[in-house]
Design a protein around this ligand. Structure first.
Ligand SMILES: [Mg+2]
Length: 370
């Protein structure tokens, strides 16, 4: 079997605003083979940037588009093709957008392998520790604490056993931060786990202070309070926080996650559409397991990423939670025919061959950009 083509498909809603809502656009990858089997993947990046990295022509041996690295190759040689993409993009890659773009092709290769072997991807990754994951509803903080309260109440009523609020007005003032978290907790009640995503808004001293202040509301974790380059700050925060510190969604490389582990973080959050696909996400998860830390996916895109997340998380001993984005964007809610619903607070791991998802071609056509 040989790879015959790699398509990079940019999808975008008619209007995009500055809210940190990753469901406003996406880049879908389709890898075609000479046997008619097609693999699907997703990239979480700036879609045009990642598409350029996939489609770029040959400049020289270590500066070639990812498509050129895999055309004509056997799609089942996943590790070798990952290395070809990594080595072929040394000049502009070694992390960042190139690693994000690799993710989409790697995901599609795992989808192909599962379809060829008649197995769900998690079984090819070593088999399942569990057949379902506990979903935490993931959404942004609302503009007012009262609106956050209403949203939290609604999520609890929908049966979620955990919910995360993030970004938005957090960081604007101490009073706003405490009011938002207090009202999120009040809306969820005491029996639902609360995660707080600070969205890179603090310096180290403020983050240490907020971790103590938020502890009163018993959050399951405080996520990404610091700039991703502030590793020293993360070490000081982790050593001084009464609650778990989580981060990792901005990291794309194994080295980046190593640094976060060394800094003492309790929870690593690799995004399978950023870190180089399931091939790398499973390695990062195992690395976290070897240091007795939790691994929870970051995912704020479409059903493609959610399915890929379910597969790598299912194959890890230290993962039982699933970030489950509840934005109402049609890309998030309708791009895949399989809706991966939450039932009694859990999402089932797909059991069909490959990733277990199919694209709704009408949705692709509606939001496809030139
Ligand atoms: Mg986050």
């Amino acid at each position: 079997m040989k790879i015959t083509d790699v398509e990079a498909i940019w999808l975008q809603l008619p209007t995009v605003d500055e809210r940190c809502d990753g469901t406003q656009d996406t880049l879908i990858v389709r890898v075609h083979t000479d046997e008619g089997i097609v693999g699907v993947g997703e990239v979480d990046s700036s879609p045009m940037v990642a598409r350029a990295i996939i489609e770029a022509p040959l400049s020289h041996g270590i500066a070639r588009g990812l498509r050129l690295c895999v055309i004509g190759e056997d799609p089942l040689d996943i590790a070798r093709l990952w290395d070809r993409m990594y080595q072929g993009s040394i000049f502009f890659g070694r992390g960042g957008a190139a690693q994000q773009a690799i993710s989409g092709i790697d995901m599609a290769l795992w989808d192909i392998a599962g379809k060829v072997m008649g197995q769900p991807v998690y079984r090819l990754l070593g088999g399942g520790f569990r057949d379902k994951l506990r979903a935490y509803a993931s959404i942004l903080f609302q503009e007012t604490p009262e609106a956050t309260y209403e949203l939290a109440r609604s999520l609890a009523q929908q049966g979620y056993t955990a919910a995360k609020f993030g970004w938005g007005p957090i960081g604007t003032s101490e009073a706003m931060d405490l009011a938002q978290v207090r009202m999120a907790r009040k809306g969820l009640g005491d029996d639902v786990d609360l995660m707080i995503d600070a969205g890179i808004c603090y310096d180290t001293v403020t983050a240490i202070k907020r971790a103590s202040q938020f502890a009163e509301y018993a959050p399951f974790w405080l996520e990404e309070p610091l700039h991703p380059d502030n590793i020293e700050g993360y070490a000081r925060l982790a050593a001084n926080s009464p609650i778990r510190i989580a981060a990792g969604e901005q990291e794309t490389t194994i080295q980046g996650f190593q640094a976060l582990l060394d800094a003492g973080l309790a929870v690593l959050q690799p995004d399978v559409a950023r870190v180089g696909g399931p091939s790398q996400a499973i390695q990062i998860g195992r690395l976290a397991a070897s240091r007795h830390r939790l691994c929870v996916n970051h995912s704020y895109k479409t059903g493609v990423s959610i399915a890929a997340s379910l597969h790598f998380l299912a194959a890890l001993p230290n993962s039982s939670l699933l970030e489950y984005c509840v934005e109402q964007s049609p890309l998030r809610q309708t791009l895949t025919r399989e809706r991966l619903p939450v039932v009694d607070g859990y999402v089932m791991v797909p059991q069909e061959p490959g990733l277990g998802i199919t694209l709704d071609e009408e949705v692709v056509a509606r939001y496809r950009m030139a």
